[in-house]
Design a protein around this ligand. Structure first.
Ligand code: SAM
Ligand code: ZN
Length: 295
């Protein structure tokens, strides 16, 4: 899935074709080192291959830091959440109508691009857009798969993407924007949302204060999508993990808990761990289909 071989064009042409200028809404085209629109708004393609369409002023506060992105990349590379990536990619491929298999898969809050890569491996003719506000995340996502383009954006703002340009949208433990999910997805396209269950990694709560999962979160998700989406499949995926002390430190450091470690003696307790810890990861996968007729 990783490409270390010959240079390729980044972002891939199929991704650039779906992007729109965040200033004026026109199409973007590739010129040396930049994407630009006919009004000459121009956006650098970074050396690492991503394009940040966000201005420095508008960077959202919840974007992952470099340490969080590194912890996430290392934890995911160990394969702990591979069963989730497997179920997610199977679900998207199974639900997507055949004529949409060649389209664009948008991962909103893609992080390092781990799950998007798994979905693209199942859809050999599709391209992927990793949207995230974290520059360290984008650097990794841009190199995560040969058919991925990584673009810096704030999920809560209107997306710099053409209406109806996506065959599938994924959203894994990340902020959601239901209006933009609906606008960019073609009718018949698939939306896949992954959320943690209330019991996710409950065993680690004796070590650190994990943020509570609100009761009724799935109801909120469903009602936010009502009208524009039809529920397709919902399933729970549970993975029994044996985590080394480093794995535990990484899974804590990659999530929102990382911001709260200075409360009490949590940091010291994590540093002192010497034995593996058993923990249960548990997620809900919710698949929806975009309602409506093709435009
Ligand atoms: C918990 S991580 C999940 C990353 C990835 N989906 C995964 O599961 O590996 C949440 C991601 O959302 C991104 N994020 C948070 N707020 C955002 C926003 N407003 N716009 C875009 N990305 C955002 C973070 O930078 C981070 O990469
Ligand atoms: Zn423009």
């Amino acid at each position: 899935m990783n490409q270390h071989g010959p240079a390729r064009e980044t972002p891939p042409p199929a991704v650039v074709g779906a992007l729109r200028c965040p200033v004026c809404g026109s199409s973007l085209t590739r010129a040396p080192g930049v994407l630009r629109c006919p009004q000459r708004h121009s956006f650098d393609v970074a050396r690492q291959g991503y394009v940040n369409l966000l201005s420095a002023r508008s960077r959202p506060p919840l974007a992952d830091s470099g340490d969080m992105a590194t912890a996430r990349a290392e934890f995911l590379a160990a394969g702990h959440y591979a069963p989730l990536a497997g179920r997610l990619s199977e679900g998207v491929a199974a639900l997507l109508p055949t004529d949409l298999h060649e389209g664009l898969v948008v991962d909103a809050g893609a992080g390092t691009g781990y799950y998007l890569g798994a979905v693209l491996d199942r859809l050999p003719a599709a391209s992927g857009l990793a949207l995230d506000a974290s520059v360290p995340g984008l650097r990794r996502a841009a190199r995560s798969h040969e058919r991925v383009g990584a673009v810096g954006w704030d999920i809560w703002q209107p997306w710099p993407l053409a209406t109806g340009s996506a065959s599938a949208v994924m959203n894994v433990f990340a902020p959601r924007n239901p209006a933009e999910f609906a606008r960019v997805l073609r009718p018949g396209g698939v939306l896949a949302v992954v959320t943690p269950t209330a019991g996710h990694l409950a065993e680690l709560r004796t070590l650190v204060t994990m943020l509570d999962v609100h009761e009724g979160k799935l109801d909120q998700l469903d009602s936010s999508l009502a009208g524009e989406f039809e529920p397709a499949v919902r399933e729970t995926s549970t993975v029994e993990l044996t985590l080394s002390p480093d794995d535990v430190r990484r899974v804590v450091a990659m999530g929102p808990n990382a911001h709260h470690l200075d409360r009490g003696d949590q940091r010291a307790r994590l540093a002192e761990l010497t034995e593996p810890v058993r923990a249960t990861a548990s997620f809900v996968l919710s698949f929806f289909r975009r309602a409506g007729k093709d435009r």
